[in-house]
Design a protein around this ligand. Structure first.
Ligand code: CA
Length: 230
């Protein structure tokens, strides 16, 4: 699976064995996994990896899962990231409290991994549609993640694989400003060393491809910050 179509899940769980089980299962399902062992780490990682979904344990030392959830949902830049809370408590009052903090869903321990994955996918349909194979559209541009085809005003555009992943990333979240580092992480992957100038080169190619049959350049350079679509 190409990096841009691969959804990233942030697993926040303080018990190493549980964290490993979750990570293993998400990786087996084609996810990229980032792990945090406590709330502070989770809040930092959210900025760094821009996850598509967060699986967040309720009981964490120091900063609790509820507090992490509340903070993420109060920030405009992270508000849209779906959060699924995990908890050993099953009382209805906790369920209500969990949802009041802004959690998008709630799974009670002991949970079935199959059910958790289904809940995660349901959230992704909303937050990261291309990862579940839905066509993305922006203005007169359409991107089909299943056939890897891109159309503009019904003409097929020729894009290299990197440009395709870049465009897919932009089209997931029109208007969002991506830094070069975030694009490197998302499109090239964290394990590969690539200079940030490489991003500029591929943005240039993407712009050229998008305007091959005319039309305005839909990509915006945001000085000191990065790039955005629209
Ligand atoms: Ca815990």
């Amino acid at each position: 699976m190409a990096a841009a179509e691969q959804p990233t899940v942030l697993v926040v769980e303080d018990e190493p064995a549980q964290r490993e089980v979750l990570s293993y299962n998400f990786e087996a399902e084609g996810f990229r996994v980032s792990q945090a062992g406590n709330g502070e780490e989770a809040l930092i990682l959210v900025e760094e990896v821009a996850p598509d979904v967060i699986v967040l344990d309720w009981m964490l030392p120091n900063v609790s899962g509820i507090e992490v959830c509340r903070r993420l949902k109060s920030r405009p830049e992270t508000r849209g990231v779906p959060i699924i809370m995990l908890s050993a408590r099953s009382e209805e009052v906790d369920r209500v409290r969990g949802l009041e903090t802004g959690a998008d869903d709630y799974v009670t321990k002991p949970y079935s991994i199959v059910e958790l994955l289904a809940r995660v996918r349901a959230q992704l349909r909303r937050s990261r549609p291309s990862s579940v194979g839905l066509t993305l559209a922006y203005d007169d541009i359409r991107l089909d993640p299943e056939t890897h085809r891109v159309y503009r005003a019904d003409k097929v555009l020729k894009l290299g694989p990197t440009e395709f992943r870049l465009l897919s990333t932009f089209m997931e979240k029109p208007g969002r400003v991506w830094s070069r580092e975030q694009l490197l992480d998302r499109v090239w992957g964290r394990d590969i060393y690539v200079d940030t100038r490489t991003v500029d080169v591929h943005i240039g190619r993407l712009r050229k491809a998008l305007c091959a049959f005319g039309g305005d350049d839909p990509l915006r350079t945001v000085r000191g910050a990065g790039y955005a679509l629209g």
